[in-house]
Unconditional design. Structure first.
Ligand code: FAD
Length: 486
């Protein structure tokens, strides 16, 4: 009599795909029954995603389940503390191993290590791979064996060291026992109701949606990516960020496709390199967070925690709701609220407005983005907020304060972006669109636009706000020079 091998639990997390999935491939190679599992963790160490992320998760899990069903399997859903749920499923099925793609966020990494340790004591093996980053954190270190803190040498080392894995489509069939109970996704209530604020979310979560977004980009925006990626009205960027966050596509897969397009002449190779470098920022963010876990809560450059942040609930609320009176800022914040996403150039403008013009702590902006972005990603969000606030590892200098009017005029010269998201000022001619308060009264009367009524007057004067921000900076640089320990 032959004994059947004990099942392997394939614990999906932020790797919601079948292609290029190392944990899945290894699970299938064992020849054992495979139990695909997703745990909606209510335990103390949670994924720090917000409401918009949960909207995405709901659809992505449905898509993953459908794909698994085409391979004769299905997704088992459980909710509760991860370790308790794993133990329960092991008890029900006699599974002898748990395979997973690692999470590198420090709290999750430590939690997974604890789970692996405790299951090992019960003879259940936990094995992990890197299925989400170009290179696992720690995989590239500088000449003295320390983590890089500057992006350019990090990227250079990464591209020299990392081997793009061969493309795989995943096993054709998976043998999953039919009797295992699953919870119902509908009952998890991840999709918002009362009210449903997601009606403007125009996305196709899931692996197929990720592939479609990538091909649209490769056959479109890639050709002039380095120029057009800065123009929020242009289809110049890939919009892959939520797909990448949920692991619906491997970053190397995206790079292989842009490189293939460069190789067969569909796009210049410099554009493929630029796109690869942007993905490098994603890896760099994950790598920084992994090595410097305190950066979620404190400034990477500690002197910046002495910044005299203002407590300004009204200013914060005007920023969140897109009612600052600065059209490019308001357009960005409304795009975020309506679609769960904001263009990168505009993210930089609105973030600069919050931390410099309003002098509000970057952590408040980071928290709002975390709740409202479909691509909210702990490492990328914190790293980018600290980049704008100048407190990050390889950050923009604090004295570079974006002027929202000149940024708008430069990157949305014809006003298509602002007119789409701030329709109440759409009739303003281009000349005044980014600074409506400068329009002559007869123009305003002619189009029937009343500032302070139809659209807010600016909540602050940018020139004064800039001076205030630079003064705040002087207080911390002066304090640093007074510090004898410095
Ligand atoms: P593309 O230009 O097509 O770039 C391709 C991919 O490269 C992106 O999908 C993303 O994975 C990666 N990438 C590009 N730029 C960056 C960057 N600066 N940092 C890290 N990765 C990058 N990105 C997130 O994924 N999650 C976040 O929570 C997030 N928060 C941000 C907060 C602020 C204040 C700022 C300024 C930027 C933030 N970004 C974040 C980075 C960037 O804005 C988005 O990744 C990008 O806008 C996504 O659009 P795209 O997929 O079309 O990008």
């Amino acid at each position: 009599m032959t004994t059947r091998p004990t099942p392997v639990i394939l614990w999906f997390r932020r790797d919601l795909r079948l292609a290029d999935n190392p944990a899945l491939n290894h699970a299938a190679e064992t020849g054992a029954p495979v139990i695909p599992l997703y745990i909606h963790d209510g335990g103390p160490v949670q994924d720090r995603g917000g409401a918009a992320s949960l909207w995405w998760l709901d659809k992505s899990l449905r898509a993953l389940d459908e794909s698994l069903q085409t391979r004769g399997s299905r997704l088992i859903l459980r909710s509760g503390d991860s370790e308790a749920e794993l133990r329960r499923l092991i008890g029900e099925t006699g599974a002898g191993a748990v395979f997973l793609n690692r999470r590198f966020e420090p709290e999750l990494f430590a939690r997974d290590a604890d789970i692996a340790h405790s299951l090992k004591a019960e003879n259940v093996e936990v094995r992990g791979w890197n299925g989400t980053l170009m290179c696992r954190p720690g995989g590239v270190l500088n000449g003295s064996g320390s983590p890089y803190k500057v992006f350019t040498p990090f990227l250079k080392s990464l591209l020299a060291a990392a081997e793009p894995p061969a493309h795989t489509t995943g096993p054709r069939r998976l043998d999953t026992p039919a009797w295992i109970k699953s919870e119902s996704l509908d009952r998890w209530g991840l999709h918002p109701s009362k009210p449903d604020w997601s009606t403007g979310f125009d996305w196709t979560p899931g692996e197929a949606g990720a592939s479609a977004a990538l091909s649209t980009f490769v056959n479109g925006g890639l050709k002039a990516y380095s120029r057009d990626r800065d123009y929020p009205a242009a289809p110049g960027c890939s919009r892959l960020s939520p797909h990448l966050h949920f692991g619906e596509i491997h970053p190397w897969r995206a790079i292989q496709q842009v490189r293939a397009a460069a190789a067969d002449g569909r796009a210049p190779s410099s554009e493929a390199d630029k796109f690869t470098a942007e993905l490098g920022w994603r890896d760099f963010s994950a790598h920084l967070l992994h090595h410097f876990p305190q950066m979620t809560d404190t400034a990477f450059r500690p002197e910046y925690d002495a910044m005299p942040w203002r407590d300004d609930p009204e200013g914060l609320e005007a920023w969140r709701r897109g009612r600052t009176g600065y059209p490019i800022v308001d357009a960005g914040m409304r795009q975020l609220w309506t679609t769960g996403w904001m263009h990168n150039r505009v993210r930089m403008i609105v973030a600069s407005f919050l931390v410099k013009d309003l002098l509000i702590d970057w952590r408040k902006g980071e928290a709002w983005f975390r709740d409202t972005l479909v691509d909210a990603d702990l490492a990328s969000n914190v790293q980018n907020w600290q980049w704008v606030a100048a407190s990050g590892a390889d950050a923009a200098p604090y004295f570079r304060v974006f002027n929202p009017v000149t940024q708008g005029t430069k990157f949305d010269a014809k006003g298509q972006y602002v007119r789409r998201w701030v329709p109440e000022i759409a009739a303003l001619p281009d000349k005044w669109l980014h600074a409506p308060w400068t329009a002559p009264p007869e123009i305003m009367r002619g189009i029937g636009l009343r500032l302070g009524h139809d659209y807010p007057r600016p909540i602050l004067d940018h020139a004064e706000a800039r001076d205030r921000a630079l003064e705040a900076l002087r207080t911390i640089t002066a304090a640093r020079h007074d510090d004898p320990g410095h």
